[in-house]
Design a protein around this ligand. Structure first.
Ligand code: FAD
Length: 589
């Protein structure tokens, strides 16, 4: 095909319109968008609102534009009943409402940067044609990772990325009598699928090569999720790698590194995604972390006429380069890219800056909600970022109003100035609100002192006069201002028992129902009257400067005990962060 000839058909004549308000012809600027879902669709719609005259075309490889990928697990599980409600916008809707030409089943397979055109294959007719652009937007997303393991091509192995994927999974479940599924990968899609397959009556196992699910969480926070999954009869195979698959009769055998074999009716492979950047890389655009497309703060690639955004573009978390595969940042970038293109085509010089993400994510895991934002403690350790972490447990609302549930919050902050670096929250109710408040404080570069002062809407059904976010701030403030020293469950586990005196300050009943090995029980309410006993117990610790570790269920009573001890001259005292609840959950006691 003579592309140059083809190009002529698509150039000025097609790009000129008779504008009723203008006497002469106006040359249209032509904006092409590759990828028509989260980032691409947002860019297109916003751009039209900013500029009524430019020509906007979306090319989408799949059959659908602007569908709700985040809703797919719930459609499979049956919570979302109607398939149509996943289709947020259609090609016809784009035309009618926005005058946008959305071409589905259209694969863009090459970019000619020099002559500023792309090559498209119409997947319905196999016809190949060029399309020229003034500005090109790449929002090509990410592809599920499919490692070349033996047996990986079995028709019983599914990945989930788009509507046809969810159709395949749903039809397979609807049309076969299945009893069990193995999910490989304990990320948020894996866990959402676990819940939804469980809702469809399948017994579910999760295989995860790390020692925990939900990588953005630290281990002890993920342990709350582990416990809940086990309560729901989900089998967890942690620290386990899959080495291959084998079809056997109606089953598929999942083979683990430790040689264990898990027979299953179906397998969901959700071990992560990789940026779909082949098109960009072949066009010579610079790529970075995980082969994502490098962009500047205006979302332009190494070619300033080409923008990139969403899962395919390199992002930052708190200023550090990181992949961010989340719908929120993709949508926000879409708006900025559209505004910048509108500026450029209208001769406005000042462009909008994308300030980067903080990586705020949330997942429903059966009755639990798990959410995180910013850096984790393990990331800080790996990257040598100096930080302190503390764990608090508080009620989602006033305890005397029915239905209050525990929210566990882990706060990660700078020991120098109290700047909040990250947070994790897990609980049955109100987790979203708390993580969003902390994420906002992080975004505004706030500190733990800001968290302590956050003013929230309070009435008993919604919160307490001191919100869990305030409590997390108070505890962090106590640590930073030397009102309390804390020890983590891990530090305690690793410390020498001979060098540590453990004081369980809960009631005798609580102590008897389970405590930490070698702990002495002196309930906090008896503390002041039993000082001589404490003196005796601690005499030897004073001489040898041993650690005294006080603990209760969540850390509050132990804080009181701590304050009594230090004001009575005891030194080297520590409060167990998150109390026995965190310790026992992390160690599955
Ligand atoms: P996408 O929305 O994936 O769109 C990219 C599109 O580009 C694809 O449709 C693809 O077909 C098309 N394309 C690629 N290459 C070409 C080409 N060469 N030519 C033409 N078309 C092309 N995020 C959250 O924040 N919260 C959630 O709860 C959540 N749940 C999710 C659940 C599932 C099952 C999945 C799969 C994702 C979920 N995500 C969630 C992630 C979120 O959907 C993505 O981060 C977001 O869609 C990224 O937007 P994007 O525009 O970069 O890519």
């Amino acid at each position: 095909m003579d592309l140059e000839k083809e190009m002529k058909k698509h150039t000025v004549s097609e790009r000129s319109i008779k504008n009723n308000n203008l006497s002469d012809k106006k040359i249209l600027k032509k904006i092409l968008i590759v990828g028509g879902v989260a980032g691409g669709a947002t860019t297109a719609a916003r751009l039209r609102r900013m500029d009524e005259n430019c020509s906007i075309t979306i090319f989408e490889r799949g059959k659908y534009v602007s569908f709700a990928n985040c809703g797919l697990p719930y459609y499979i599980g049956g919570t979302i009943k109607h398939r149509g409600s996943l289709l947020v916008q259609t090609a016809r809707g784009f035309k009618n409402r926005f005058n946008i030409d959305a071409r589905t089943q259209s694969d863009v397979f090459r970019i000619n940067r020099e002559k500023k055109y792309i090559e498209v294959k119409d997947l319905k007719t196999d016809k190949i044609y060029p399309e020229e652009y003034d500005y090109l937007v790449l929002s090509t997303g990410a592809l599920p990772v499919r490692p070349p393991l033996p047996g990986i091509d079995s028709e019983k192995i599914f990945t989930l990325r788009d509507v046809p994927d969810s159709d395949r999974i749903k039809e397979y479940i609807d049309n076969n009598s299945l009893t069990n599924a193995v999910i490989i990968g304990g990320g948020f899609i894996g866990l959402e699928m676990a819940e939804n397959l469980h809702d469809r009556g399948l017994s579910v196992s999760i295989v995860e090569m790390e020692n925990q699910v939900l990588a953005p969480l630290d281990f002890e926070m993920a342990s709350i999720v582990h416990r809940h999954l086990r309560e729901k009869n989900v089998k967890l195979y942690l620290n386990n790698k899959v080495t291959g698959f084998k079809n056997e009769g109606s089953k598929i055998n999942v083979v683990l590194e430790n040689k264990e074999v898990l027979p299953a009716d179906m397998v969901i492979l959700s071990i992560g995604v990789k940026p779909d950047s082949k098109l960009a890389a072949e066009a010579g655009l610079n790529t970075g972390i995980n082969n994502s497309i490098k962009i500047n703060k205006y979302l332009q690639t190494s070619d300033v006429s080409i923008f990139a955004l969403g899962d395919v573009a390199e992002n930052t978390i708190l200023g550090r380069q990181a992949p961010v595969y989340l719908a929120g940042p993709a949508n926000k970038q879409g708006r900025i890219a559209a505004d910048n293109i509108a500026c450029l085509i209208n001769g406005v010089k000042k462009l909008k800056e994308y300030k980067g993400a903080i990586g705020t994510g949330i997942a429903k895991v059966f009755n639990l909600t798990s959410a995180s934002t910013g850096f984790s403690e393990k990331y800080c350790k790996k990257e040598n970022i100096s930080s302190i972490s503390s764990i608090t447990h508080s009620g989602s609302h006033a305890g005397y109003y029915p239905g209050a549930a525990n929210i566990s919050i882990k706060l990660i902050f700078s020991g120098n100035n109290g700047k909040v670096l990250g947070a994790q929250a897990v609980g049955n109710d109100g987790v979203d609100k708390r993580i969003d408040i902390i994420a906002s404080v992080i975004k505004m570069k706030g500190t733990i002192y800001d968290l302590a002062e956050i003013e929230h809407a309070y009435a008993p059904p919604f919160s307490s006069a001191k919100d869990p976010v305030n409590i997390a701030g108070y505890v962090a403030e106590n640590i930073l201002t030397d009102k309390v020293k804390i020890i983590s469950w891990k530090e305690l586990q690793e410390s020498d028992p001979a060098e540590t005196l453990l004081l369980d300050v809960r009631t005798t009943g609580e102590y008897e129902s389970g405590t930490i090995k070698n702990a002495h029980n002196i309930p906090v309410d008896e503390f002041r009257n039993r000082m001589s006993e404490i003196n005796e117990l601690t005499e030897i610790t004073r001489e040898k400067n041993k650690k005294i570790v006080v603990f209760c269920r969540i850390g509050l009573r132990a804080y009181l005990a701590y304050r009594i001890l230090v004001q009575n001259g005891f030194e080297n005292v520590f409060n167990l962060s998150g109390g026995y609840l965190t310790f026992s959950t992390a160690l599955s006691i």
